[in-house]
Design a protein around this ligand. Structure first.
Ligand SMILES: NC(=O)c1ccc[n+]([C@@H]2O[C@H](COP(=O)([O-])OP(=O)(O)OC[C@H]3O[C@@H](n4cnc5c(N)ncnc54)[C@H](O)[C@@H]3O)[C@@H](O)[C@H]2O)c1
Length: 356
């Protein structure tokens, strides 16, 4: 099955020029060097670059390299430290680096004790939760990965953004693993911003402007209120993300995580909650677990499809297919995103690679 780059409102009209494809490995080299110039140790710079390019490849461009100028601005403003001494206290380091190290610790504890939990405070935005779910999968671990984030949606019945779009993420190993990674908003906030940059309208029922009025303008919703999926249920999951990742760990909570985009007055103090479980906790071996997962995948795949659906997919499968395709074809980048990356490159003495 050939996949288009995944974007929920792909039916909507694209007004700007068509995006041009760029090789993933060139972008990764550019982004890695850029974070190196910004002061990150080379291993950390490459780790952040890999996460951002991986998000693009997996069809999650809202959390991809288009965010480089924003992260660079926060490092320059001194609210993100390029070097941090992270374990559980993130020391305001890049969230990607802090969460990867914390997940390493959770994996080590789970190897010894069956279950490993890492709670992180004083971290910053860590991008897509799936990075850390897949890190746990590489170690053959089940995981829950939670984070809190800056205010995006109201508690159920509220009129003002207070809780984060904080994704709920989990992973289950298998020949075909499950990678669930879903923001608690109807559409991830990064995607609203991207749609606005592409000149697209957002669908109805997705966001409210600062005055609480329904809007089809992605930037208005981005700065106003993004609505939770599933009404009270989505708002409750977002609250749970704040309770476990923020309140429980000692990080900021209750609407006090600072915004990524328009607040460089202080560090974000994001919290993460990373739970790992060994698959053989209740079974004789990891292999026995995986055999059961293979059986489960086969049951799911053999289900009859609803009208208009070609195939039942496991959570994470659309992203894996997107990655496979875009590694070959290159990842599309809008002209305005290329322009902002060129500008950031010139500040850092780097040339952004040419399109294919
Ligand atoms: N760090 C933060 O603060 C933050 C905040 C919000 C969002 N995000 C990130 O934004 C990204 C996008 O989130 P999203 O909610 O837009 O994701 P999404 O809606 O694209 O996908 C949500 C989940 O549904 C699954 N899915 C989608 N289509 C499917 C299908 N046809 N069959 C089976 N499963 C399917 C996906 O595999 C995924 O697990 C995530 O990676 C998330 O971590 C991060």
């Amino acid at each position: 099955m050939k996949l288009r780059p995944r974007f929920k409102a792909h039916e909507l009209q694209v007004l700007g020029p068509q995006p041009r494809p760029f090789w993933a490995r060139w972008r990764q080299a550019f982004v890695g060097k850029a974070f190196g110039q910004l002061g990150l140790p080379s291993g950390d710079a490459n780790l952040v670059a890999r996460c951002l390019v991986e998000a693009d490849l997996r069809g999650q461009a809202g959390h991809g390299i288009q965010r480089l100028p924003m992260y660079a601005g926060r490092i320059r403003a001194g609210v993100v430290k390029p070097r941090s001494s992270c374990s559980v206290h993130g020391d305001d380091g890049m969230g990607f680096v802090v969460a990867t190290r914390a997940m390493d610790e959770a994996i080590q504890i789970a190897r010894d004790q069956g279950v490993g939990l890492a709670g992180v405070r004083r971290s910053t935005h860590f991008g897509c939760s799936s990075h850390y779910v897949m890190q746990a999968l590489e170690a053959d671990m089940l995981s829950f990965v939670f984070t809190n984030s800056s205010p995006a949606l109201p508690p159920f019945g509220g009129a003002r953004a207070l809780l984060g779009a904080s994704p709920f993420a989990a992973g289950v190993p298998g020949t075909q693993p499950v990678v669930l990674d879903m923001s608690t908003t109807v559409i991830a906030r990064g995607k609203l911003r991207l749609m606005s940059q592409r000149g697209e309208e957002i669908p109805e029922g997705v966001g409210l402007d600062k005055e609480g009025r329904p809007t089809r303008d992605g930037m208005e919703a981005f700065h106003g209120v993004t609505l939770p999926f599933g009404g009270a249920k989505g708002a409750a999951i977002s609250l749970l993300m704040d309770l476990l990742s923020g309140l429980f760990t000692g990080a900021a909570f209750g609407g006090r995580v600072r915004s990524l985009y328009n607040d460089t007055d202080g560090a974000q103090d994001v919290g993460h909650f990373l739970l790992c479980m060994r698959p053989d906790l209740f079974l004789p071996s990891t292999e026995a677990f995986k055999e059961r997962m293979d059986e489960m995948a086969a049951i799911l795949k053999s289900q009859p499809c609803a009208e208009g659906v070609e195939e039942v997919l496991l959570p994470g499968e659309p992203e894996t297919r997107s990655e496979r395709q875009l590694r070959v074809e290159g990842v599309p980048l809008q002209e305005d995103v290329v322009a902002s990356l060129r500008e950031e490159g010139s500040k850092l003495g780097l040339e952004f690679p040419a399109p294919l």
